[in-house]
Write a protein that binds this ligand. Structure first.
Ligand SMILES: [Zn+2]
Length: 294
């Protein structure tokens, strides 16, 4: 069972979440031939995404990218408001090294992509870019929150590299009118920093929260289910083709006789015949109803 358990402190100094994922993780990691070290980073990114989803207030998706300078080109992870997570990396085969060796000095990009309902006033996507710093993937994300969002954050990610990942987030809430908030935050951080990766993987959320915060006034929310899988769909690919435009699609068909798009996350191939592509390019509602296929 994949669960995200959110919690908040009654004094409003901080909130946080714990994520425990075992279903679907190995399947997603097995889609590409990663080295052990790259696989570990992709697994950590998978664990981080549901924790970051606490920042999604409206319908939409968070797209996190680590863009490298060297042999490791790209690590991408996404989560949407329904807690669907997927991730993938582009790296040379057999690449070894820890996070800092593979990605230090590159760029971390975090994009919030709203889902715009047809006809509604479109909301723009927002993107923040920071330099990748720190020894671990979690350090780089802590740095992002500190520098880009001014939200002091403690993040821990753990994986057994076989298909079980877990994560812990403690984040200061942006309030100023609370006396002693700094001292309280320091106190919570000190308690949380005793959490080890082994404990994070082995214990469930309630056990961890009790161990760390049993003396605090803590409210724990009902756990939410998380899905780790690529949910790419024909409809999604069709939208992407539409955004390419008629000319581009027609030139692909002229060259290749069809349009085939391979999903980079799961390797699935989505194929459109020339007829299917042509139908796609006709604005909806202009076909006489008798010609419409169901
Ligand atoms: Zn896919």
């Amino acid at each position: 069972m994949n669960l995200l358990t959110g919690f908040t402190f009654e004094n409003h100094v901080a909130h946080g979440a714990i994520v425990e994922l075992s279903s679907g993780v190995a399947e997603l990691l097995d889609q590409r031939a990663y080295s052990e070290d790259v696989r570990r980073l992709v697994a950590e990114a998978i664990a981080a995404m549901p924790l970051l989803a606490t920042h999604l207030h409206d319908e939409g998706r968070i797209n996190l990218q680590f863009q490298g300078e060297g042999a490791m080109k790209l690590l991408v992870a996404q989560v949407d408001q329904s807690l669907n997570v997927r991730a993938m990396a582009k790296a040379e085969a057999g690449l070894s090294g820890d996070f800092a060796q593979l990605l230090y000095g590159g760029l971390l990009a975090l994009m919030m992509e709203p889902i715009n309902a047809p006809g509604a006033e479109p909301r723009p996507a927002s993107q923040a870019l920071v330099l990748i710093e720190g020894a671990r993937l979690s350090d780089a994300l802590e740095g992002y929150f500190e520098r880009s969002e001014q939200l002091p954050t403690l993040l821990r990610l753990a994986t057994d590299n076989r298909g079980h990942v877990a994560g812990f987030l403690l984040q200061r809430l942006p309030i100023e009118d609370l006396r002693d908030a700094d001292i309280e935050w320091e106190h919570l951080q000190t308690l949380a920093s005793t959490l080890t990766p082994e404990e994070l993987l082995a214990a469930d959320a309630n056990t961890i929260l009790h161990r760390l915060f049993h003396a605090e006034a803590l409210r724990v929310f009902e756990p939410r289910a998380v899905t780790v899988a690529c949910r790419c769909s024909r409809a999604g690919i069709a939208r992407m083709l539409l955004s390419l435009g008629r000319e581009e699609v027609e030139s692909i068909i002229a060259e290749q006789g069809r349009v085939a798009v391979t999903c980079e996350f799961c390797g699935r191939e989505h194929v459109f015949t020339p007829l299917e592509a042509a139908e796609l390019l006709i604005p909806s509602g202009t076909l006489p109803s008798s010609d419409r296929k169901h």
